[in-house]
Design a binder for this molecule. Structure first.
Ligand SMILES: C[S@@+](CC[C@H](N)C(=O)[O-])C[C@H]1O[C@@H](n2cnc3c(N)ncnc32)[C@H](O)[C@@H]1O
Ligand SMILES: [Zn+2]
Length: 399
């Protein structure tokens, strides 16, 4: 293929991901090899979201038993949908949509290059109109992928309406300033949720996003269950399964609530929506922080994660992430950072794996977290964590 033949209306480059070769706009790179403002390029493609696409491929392959229809309202270069067609045998047909006419030309070319044109329908509509056109029973998707720049909130309701009961939805968010609490006002405005800055902000970001999807679903008489949730580099990504009915919706809503954190003594507390906690710390009586509504239960389905891990041998980065996610016990909210713990005790940090082992020996639950290599999740009370860490440091000093 040469440039004259293609006439894509933009300067393009060849890329490869998984088993797929494709075209998208050329982007400028920083000295660190990061893309410079991919949102300003003629057709959006960010190589640093590859992990999100790899895990999408593996999730679709592992979740569905039979081929389904896929809907991508914000397809960009089409790489995600085309990879789903080329790298799984669980997609019957993909509907790829983008509002940008240059993106639509690039999607058409990429489908042709990858020999999947017959199984792709391409459109150039506003994402919500596209999804609404697929919201009637018989016309819905098994898998819907919402991958915007920024917050996904404006597409959530129509994505849920366009997804079959028993289907799956993947949602990304890149507005980390809002979700991690650096811009708490933006979080309140967009996600209708309170938040605060802490060492475990990336986990709260995931929980606020899952909570937002769950609340939107419940309102529509749908239930959702988180299958896989993670934060990585510039984005947060979640996958949920959907199911129709009041019972599922009510059950979903029960997993959305409030989270209290005391930055003085590290006391944490999760409560139901109907029972917001007091801002006064029940332990030290000082003024604590409140986040929510957010998802207070597990943010992953371990059975699916294990199946995904089995299917991930060709995807090294995804495999590493899946291993971390399988290790993590997401029924506990928040985590300690060993560095922060050490600063508070004016000592040097202990190794997270040694601390985890000691906590377990003392009868507590403890795991690592994908969100921070120096993070430790545990149900041990803060005083016990400190005393165990202190004991560890003492024994470590003995030659
Ligand atoms: C982050 S990019 C998608 C990247 C792609 N999913 C991938 O994995 O590479 C977001 C895309 O949404 C498109 N977009 C923005 N607003 C839209 C809207 N209201 N309706 C449809 N597409 C829209 C942009 O043109 C852009 O291509
Ligand atoms: Zn306290």
């Amino acid at each position: 293929v040469n440039e004259v033949e293609l006439n894509l209306g933009c300067e393009y480059r060849w890329y490869a991901e998984g088993r797929t070769r494709f075209l998208s706009s050329a982007f400028a790179e920083t000295p660190q090899g990061e893309p410079v403002a991919p949102r300003k390029s003629a057709v959006f493609y960010n190589p640093f979201s590859k992990l999100s696409r790899d895990l999408t491929v593996i999730a679709v392959q592992s979740y569905f038993q039979t081929p389904v229809l896929v809907g991508e309202p914000l397809a960009g270069s089409g790489v995600r949908g085309i990879r789903l067609l080329a790298e799984t045998d669980r997609v019957q047909h993909a509907f790829l949509n983008d509002i940008n006419p240059t993106a639509v030309r690039v999607i058409r070319e990429n489908a042709r290059i990858n020999n999947v044109s017959e199984r792709v329908t391409i459109s150039q509509l506003d994402g919500n109109i596209f999804l609404t056109q697929h919201s009637r029973h018989g016309n819905r998707f098994g898998y819907v992928d919402v991958d915007p720049v920024g917050a996904p909130v404006r597409f959530l309701e129509s994505a849920l309406r366009a997804c079959d009961s028993g289907g799956m939805i993947g949602v990304s968010a890149t507005d980390l300033a809002a979700l991690t609490g650096r811009s708490a006002q933006a979080c309140l405005r967009k996600y209708d949720a309170l938040t605060f800055v802490s060492g475990f902000s990336k986990e709260l970001a995931v929980r606020i996003l899952v909570g937002s999807v769950a609340r939107t679903a419940a309102r529509l008489g749908l239930g959702v269950k988180p299958l896989l949730s993670f934060s990585h580099r510039h984005f947060v990504r979640i996958f949920v399964s959907t199911s129709k009915g009041k019972a599922a919706a009510s059950e979903t809503k029960q997993n959305v609530g409030w989270f209290f954190f005391c930055p003085e003594c590290f006391t944490t507390l999760a409560t139901e929506m109907s029972n917001p906690p007091s801002r006064t710390c029940p332990n030290c009586k000082r003024w604590g922080r409140l986040a929510g509504p957010l998802w207070t239960s597990e943010t992953a389905d371990r059975n699916l994660l294990a199946r995904m891990l089995d299917a991930s041998s060709n995807y090294t980065d995804a495999q590493n992430m899946l291993r971390k996610l399988l290790e993590e016990d997401t029924s506990m909210i928040g985590f300690y950072s060993v560095a922060e713990l050490a600063r508070g005790m004016r000592t040097s940090p202990v190794s997270p794996s040694v601390l985890i082992q000691k906590l377990r020996e003392n009868g507590f639950r403890a795991t690592r977290t994908h969100a921070d290599p120096g993070g430790v999740k545990t149900d041990a009370p803060p005083a016990a964590v400190r005393s165990i860490a202190r004991d560890l440091l003492r024994t470590m000093r003995v030659p």
